[in-house]
Write a protein that binds this ligand. Structure first.
Ligand SMILES: C[S@@+](CC[C@H](N)C(=O)[O-])C[C@H]1O[C@@H](n2cnc3c(N)ncnc32)[C@H](O)[C@@H]1O
Length: 371
């Protein structure tokens, strides 16, 4: 299956000799994967190698070995290689994959992009992300649940929606409020907010139009769209002012968990301009001891930040950041950004975690993100 991929190199780059070096080891690794040879796969890795598989990351040889065994047990296979492109020490391989887990969910195959970055002859990191369909409805790229899998573990699509709805109504969202859902994806939460709010009150920003379309087709339905008149924008740069609307609530769920600091700054400065004086912006992020410093949006995997960065970003916009105790099924942390008067209306949620349980859900640690 590796014999006839289309190979496109970045034109006119001066690092052509380096390009010649990175493709063979990547193809060798993919062949080892294809032949289910864990030892050989591990020979391309070291303790610093990280695999980002959809929403989870695996670092070090032990974790990566387990990841391979799990994928082989699920019979994850590449059924087609569409394109291989090389830039510097990074190789992008566009593939179509299948697995028993996908088939169990009635998805025969999905498009994926594997991005492999090499450093000193070993794999530095490998990212496995779902690939958006070239054309909506193509059989190889969309399955009934690709639009669900694209935004998070499909096993928890329902709970992730309920959590957002519960929190916002707890914070005071009522049906005459205006809500902006930043990165609304496939309307995971929108399918609860759109019926709840009065007509013309739900707004979504989502660069991937196909996700909105799939959400409307499979989750919300055209009748509700006609009745509730939600509005959408595909702006890819966090432009939140384009609707000409001041919002009571802004939601950014699982967006700062993939963003760079620059993107968060841009989002917050735009949000500030689109917030009513008493508005709240509820967002999630992954807490860490160090801040993600790169500039790119991370689709496969996550970015993470120190809590004090959230306070600083808020202060830069003249806002206050409140850290909430509201649990999250995938370990993200909730914060609310508000003006100082708006912040005084944020309820004290200390201890609420003991009343909200995700114990009946597929455990995050063992979840294999559907493939
Ligand atoms: C992990 S998903 C979460 C989707 C949704 N908030 C939910 O909870 O289901 C992140 C979403 O952010 C979207 N996204 C990426 N860049 C964005 C940007 N610049 N502005 C708004 N959304 C963006 C992605 O396309 C994706 O749908």
């Amino acid at each position: 299956m590796w014999s006839a991929p289309r190979v496109s190199y970045m034109q006119g780059k001066l690092f052509a000799p380096a390009i010649a070096d990175v493709k063979p080891p990547v193809l060798d690794y993919l062949k080892a994967f294809d032949s289910r040879d864990v030892e050989r796969c591990l020979s391309f890795c070291n303790e610093d190698t990280t695999f980002h598989f959809l929403w989870r990351s695996f670092r070090g040889l032990k974790g990566i070995a387990n990841w391979h065994r799990d994928r082989f047990a699920a019979d994850l296979r590449v059924t087609r290689v569409d394109e291989i492109s090389v830039e510097g020490n990074t190789v992008d391989v566009d593939v179509v994959v299948t697995s028993n887990k996908l088939k169990a969910r009635k998805v025969n195959q999905v498009g994926a992009r594997i991005t492999l970055r090499l450093e000193r002859g070993a794999l530095k990191d490998v990212k496995f992300a779902l690939r958006k369909p070239d054309r909506s409805g193509t059989t190889e790229s969309t399955g009934p649940s690709l639009y669900r899998s694209y935004v998070g573990p499909p096993e928890n699509y329902d709970v992730a929606a309920a959590m957002q709805f519960n929190l916002l109504t707890f914070l005071g969202l009522r049906d005459d409020h205006y809500l902006l859902d930043v990165g609304c994806g496939s309307l995971r939460a929108g399918r609860l907010f759109i019926p709840y709010l009065r007509p013309g009150r739900y707004f979504g920003v989502e660069p991937e139009q196909w996700l909105i379309e799939e959400g409307i087709q499979n989750e919300v339905g055209r009748d509700l769209i006609r009745i509730k008149q939600p509005r959408f924008s595909n702006d890819p740069d966090f432009t939140l002012t384009a609707f000409g609307q001041q919002f009571d609530f802004i939601l950014a769920h699982s967006v700062f968990s993939h963003s760079s600091q620059t993107q968060m700054r841009r989002c917050l400065s735009e949000a500030k301009k689109a917030m009513q004086p008493s508005a709240m912006l509820a967002a999630t992020y992954f807490k860490a001891d160090a801040n993600y410093m790169d500039e790119e949006w991370i689709h496969a995997g996550r970015s993470s930040f120190r809590p004090d960065l959230m306070d600083r970003l808020a202060a830069e916009q003249g806002l206050v950041c409140k850290h909430l105790d509201w649990p999250h099924p995938h370990g993200q942390s909730w914060v609310v950004f508000a003006t100082s008067s708006g912040a005084s209306a944020v309820p004290d949620l200390t201890g609420i975690g003991k009343y909200i349980s995700y114990a009946d859900m597929a455990p995050w640690d063992t979840m294999t993100a559907g493939a």
